[in-house]
Design a protein around this ligand. Sequence first.
Ligand code: ZN
Length: 240
Amino acid sequence: MTLKLNFTKHQEIMLNTLTKESKLNGFTDEEIGNDHIYTGLETPMRADAFETSDQIKKEKIAVLFKEIMNVMGLDLTDDSLKGTPNRVAKMYIDEIFSGLNPENKPKVALFDNKYQYNQMLVEKNITFYSNCEHHFVPIIGKAHVAYISSGKVIGLSKLNRIVQYYAKRPQVQERLTNQIASELKTILNTEDVAVIIDAKHLCVSSRGIKDDTSSTITSFYGGAFNTPEKISELQNYLKE
Ligand SMILES: [Zn+2]
């Protein structure tokens, strides 16, 4: 009974944009197992997610993480371990999951396209570190983003910052790709954006199937990018 209750609650949080049924696409949570599923563009969050301050969140996470360590039998009085709960809490909120908080969204200034440059601009090999939302272990990858100006241009470092902001969330690669694309479309006021991500998932390489050689590629080609010519032009630029 307890198990069933947890299952339903878990599903609700995970699928808040989709169904309240107890199955996803006809599969139960257990059947989905290690397979990564993608439920929507928005990161699934509760409406009250930011009613608690970052400081309180860190204090609560430290208590809970300490409990996890305790349950595993670790000696929290050991000099090496006693600071870990606080370190993890601070790292979660201030660093690796800081992209959950809209206050940390990069402020982006646009400039007039004075150079009249009207071809694609590609920013490639943006290294990012994210975390898989199903296992909370790292996703390490490179993002390549491109756009064609609709009259405004963006500072190059901002493209990097947008990638980092969305990477610093519990993620699935498909959503990360689409969130970056969606943000670029909004900021640059154009459909003509492309995002390609090539990433390694530690939940695939360091555990589970333990495949150390595979990587996962996802892509978004919007507007003018969605033609065989533009896709092949972009892919040419991305060749090492
Ligand atoms: Zn995973």
